[in-house]
Ligand binder design. Structure first.
Ligand code: SAH
Length: 217
């Protein structure tokens, strides 16, 4: 595939994006390094190659979008990732965020409800030396087989925090999830204090595609 080439021009565009992320307040160097390592244009159609490094969301097929780079960086920052963390991601989408988590040394389990996006992400991620486990399924159920998780990241807008995901989070673990019914959601960081108690903090307003139930073949 022609667009799976990473040139000096792409690297230059990535550096500009990284500076923008810094200006917007992302100063975790590990996250900035991960953005330098993962060519975002690999995850977009060839037609969008030039824009891959602008701070924009894009269509990735099946009516879904790849999140803004800033949103990816911001959610990743809230997760307080430590090397070796077991992370459950809901909404694989393009697979870009999955790769950023892998680049930070996490063991990633990612669920996507659109079969064609799941398959496409699998193909692209195959080009990296990462080994995340990708599942076609409904994120509302999480994935009990590998639970509990140190961190859970939801990359679609949920009407409420799914009970099953709260259960599958380790005590002391963190879940980052955009919550809201309409076009806008509040970014929530939830910390699990014990089996029944959670600490919730809000981090501003974002726009995500909705978290929907059931899978799409
Ligand atoms: N992390 C992605 C963001 C994609 S947008 C990226 O970096 O590209 C959010 C994704 O969540 C979409 O692909 C959408 O199909 C998926 N999604 C929505 N509801 C879901 C659910 N219940 N379970 C799993 N994935 C879901």
């Amino acid at each position: 595939m022609n667009h799976l080439k990473d040139t000096f021009k792409h690297k230059g565009m990535r550096n500009i994006l990284i500076n923008e992320l810094k200006e917007k307040g992302i100063n975790n160097q590990d996250i900035l390094n991960a953005f330098e390592k993962i060519p975002r244009h690999f995850f977009l159609d060839l037609a969008f190659e030039e824009q891959a490094y602008s701070n924009m969301a894009f269509q990735i097929g099946s009516g879904q979008t790849i999140s803004h780079p800033y949103t990816v960086a911001f959610q990743t920052d809230l997760l307080e990732i430590e090397k070796g963390d077991k992370i459950l991601e809901i909404g694989t989408g393009s697979g870009f965020q999955t790769c950023i988590l892998c680049a930070l040394g996490s063991k990633v389990f990612s669920i996507e409800r659109h079969r064609d996006l799941h398959l496409k992400a699998k193909q692209i991620i195959h080009h990296f030396n990462f080994n995340p486990k990708l599942f076609f399924g409904d994120g509302y159920q999480g994935n009990q087989s590998y639970a509990p998780y140190d961190k859970i990241l939801v990359t679609c807008g949920a009407p409420e925090i799914p009970a099953e995901l709260k259960k599958q989070l380790k005590v002391g673990g963190i879940m980052v999830i955009p919550v809201g019914e309409g076009v806008e959601q509040k970014m929530i960081k939830l910390t699990k204090l014990n089996d029944d108690e959670f600490n919730l903090r809000e981090y501003g307003t974002f726009k995500f595609v909705p978290m929907l139930e059931r899978t799409v073949k």
